[in-house]
Write a protein that binds this ligand. Structure first.
Ligand code: GUN
Ligand code: ZN
Length: 447
């Protein structure tokens, strides 16, 4: 593990103790999917911001194993259902619409019970932090109190999060799990007001219509207005499964495409993140680009629910903002390392069908999981890499810890260590996690 020592040299940051982290760093920049810096020093001021110059007292933290440790930016999970974590790893034998009706809606109904919610939400926040997710874009359920509780828990453990109280006023197959149209709007307003009133530094609300199939036109319009009036983020699902796309076309015949449904209701903005998009047309991708809206690629879920294979290269060619999501629990893993691996595998599977396609490299997938995710959530001005002025959201990775699933060999340089970690590593290798300069892993209760 790391060693810490104090030094009186340097300084700065104003109030409190600034820190200097010394060791190897790997991150993405605007021009490069992977930049590695060996034997480097990164300053973090007392407000948790990355900075270069110091004028006061400074604590120096040095990676003690230069051959197996490095820092990388924290990972951004751009799409995760906190409520579904309770059954992750099970119930993966049905396609999307049956899966929702038979497993998911009944499970989500349980979050009316705040004891159940507290246990499940505590577990998912702890698990994702240990897995290196410093920022999560969460779906909760339709229940306002439980959704507020998720906000409280993420704040307590120090995870950066956008929290969505799910909105849905249509559910023909499971009518006990839905809201009335007015109720959904009013409860969303209450959720937003209450969450903002807490003044959590890193936890904010996100407007969350579940998807076009479970929301009336009136509700979608209301939510579009709410997001616009409060300048809020928006999240939903789009074109995940072919059957879903057909249903949406039938439900909204006046709209020329699935994307157009969200455009017409004011829900496709530069602060929107839509999950999946496996079956979007080029024209729809152009609309995403024009609006500055983003996609969350959730490859584990797309394969597990046999939904489709997103052509990531085509999305990138259309210059649509793109990040990765675990989509727990359509995706069975809550680890963004799994999302990285499955994103690369999916792109390679598509190359089998089309030899002209360029597969996603591990470096590009690393970028999607870090800087790409920050762009998707319009948070790239404050996180995603180690640029000066951003918050220090970082993982200290050690590929050589006792019991590590990774073996290190002479000549393995930093790029090799990173590639091995991304392909073979797990939470055992993530020895520390920082969010906005604060160490949040090891977790407070596991010391
Ligand atoms: N579409 C609407 N709701 C959901 C959900 O909970 N999971 C997934 N994967 N797709 C959805
Ligand atoms: Zn989802």
């Amino acid at each position: 593990m790391s060693s810490s020592s104090s030094s009186s040299s340097g300084g700065g940051g104003g109030g409190g103790v600034a820190r200097v982290y010394r060791g190897a760093f790997a991150h993405s920049t605007r021009d490069s999917a992977l930049r590695v810096l060996t034997d480097c020093v990164l300053g973090v001021n007392a407000r948790g911001k990355e900075s270069e110059f110091y004028t006061g007292s400074v604590e120096v933290r040095v990676t003690n194993d230069r051959h197996s440790e490095f820092f990388m930016p924290g990972m951004v999970d751009t799409h995760i259902h906190a409520s579904q974590y309770a059954y992750s790893g099970t119930h993966l034998d049905l396609p999307l619409l049956d899966w929702l009706n038979i497993y998911t809606f009944p499970l989500e109904s349980r979050y009316e019970d705040l004891d159940f919610a507290k246990d499940a939400y505590t577990k998912v926040v702890k698990r994702t932090l240990r897995n290196g997710t410093t920022t999560a874009c969460y779906f909760a359920t339709i229940h306002t109190e439980a959704s507020l509780l998720l906000g409280e828990i993420t704040d307590y453990f120090g995870q950066r999060a956008l929290i969505g109280k799910v909105c849905m006023d249509l559910n023909p197959m499971v009518p006990e799990y839905k809201e009335l149209t007015e109720e959904s709007k009013e409860e969303t307003d209450r959720f937003i007001t209450e969450l903002l009133r807490k003044k959590y530094a890193l936890v904010k609300p996100i407007v969350t219509p579940r998807f076009a199939m479970s929301c009336s036109s009136a509700l979608l319009s209301n939510l579009g207005k709410t997001a616009r009036n409060n300048d809020l983020h928006i999240q939903s699902h789009i074109s995940e499964n072919k059957q879903e796309v057909q249903f949406v076309k039938a439900l909204f015949p006046e709209c020329k495409s699935y994307t157009d449904v969200y455009v017409k209701h004011g829900l496709l903005t530069s602060k929107t993140v839509m999950a999946h998009g496996c079956h979007l047309t080029d024209e729809e991708l152009e609309t995403f680009h024009e609006k500055g809206a983003a996609l969350s690629h959730c490859p584990n879920s797309n394969i597990s629910l046999i939904s489709g294979l997103l052509n990531v290269r085509n999305v990138l060619n259309h210059k649509v903002k793109l990040g990765l999501g675990t989509d727990v629990a359509g995706g069975y893993s809550s680890s963004m390392l799994d999302a990285i691996r499955k994103a690369v595998d999916t792109s390679k599977a598509l190359c089998i069908q089309d030899a002209q396609l360029q597969p996603l490299s591990y470096k590009e997938a690393f970028r999607l999981a870090t800087l790409g995710g920050s762009e998707v959530l319009s948070l790239d001005d404050c996180l995603g890499n180690f640029e000066v002025g951003k918050d220090f959201d970082a993982l200290r990775v050690n590929v050589g810890v006792p019991g590590s699933p990774i073996d290190v060999f002479p000549g393995d340089d930093l790029e090799v260590l990173l590639e091995k970690f991304l392909n073979l590593g797990d939470d055992r290798n993530i020895v520390e996690v920082y969010v906005a300069g604060k160490r949040v892993v090891p977790l407070p209760d596991s010391k």
